[in-house]
Design a protein around this ligand. Structure first.
Ligand code: ZN
Ligand code: ZN
Length: 165
């Protein structure tokens, strides 16, 4: 693919989505979309993650920050490679992350927006429920209650088991 040949210092893997993998330092790209402007913009975004050396995040706010930073790089690279910057697309992508993070952090028991305790675990300060989430962005958010009615003082303790990275 011509477009990918622009980036000789980066290894690309054909696939069905766009993703930066910090462990293998490869970028997976969607073969069906790499010919389109938005596909190329998505590739530049992943390239942003790669150039910034982004790793697996631990807290949701880190993820949002990394997303913004990667889009900044994509905005800088786009004019150099004939890609037009689609701000509407960027905004809706960030909004979908925001929505996803909000869903994860919303208490399954009482719908309160709650505190993140670890990469995959949350605690509700209103009702005391604790739950864990699946963390892949491309999956539906699945919240699993792990305990209920715990003491308030437990909530300020970060869990050590969930922080794998
Ligand atoms: Zn990203
Ligand atoms: Zn609750």
């Amino acid at each position: 693919m011509d477009f990918l040949a622009n980036f000789t210092d980066q290894t690309f893997v054909p696939g069905r989505y766009f993703m930066w993998s910090p462990n293998t330092k490869t970028i997976t790209f969607d073969e069906r979309r790499i010919g389109s402007n938005n596909g190329r913009l998505a590739l530049l975004h992943e390239l942003g993650h790669a150039r910034l050396g982004h790793r697996i995040y631990k807290y949701d706010m880190e993820l949002l920050r990394m997303e913004m930073e990667a889009w900044d790089i994509a905005r800088n690279l786009a004019p150099l490679y004939g890609v037009s910057i689609n701000e509407e697309h960027i905004t809706s992508t960030i909004a979908s992350y925001d929505e996803w993070l909000t869903k994860r952090a919303t208490c399954p028991d009482c719908n309160n927006f709650s505190l993140q305790r670890g990469r995959d675990s949350y605690g509700c300060f209103a009702c005391g429920a604790k739950w864990v989430v699946n963390w892949r962005k491309d999956r539906r958010v699945k919240r699993t209650i792990v305990s209920r009615f715990t003491r308030m003082s437990d909530l300020s303790q970060p869990t050590s088991t969930a922080n794998t990275n």
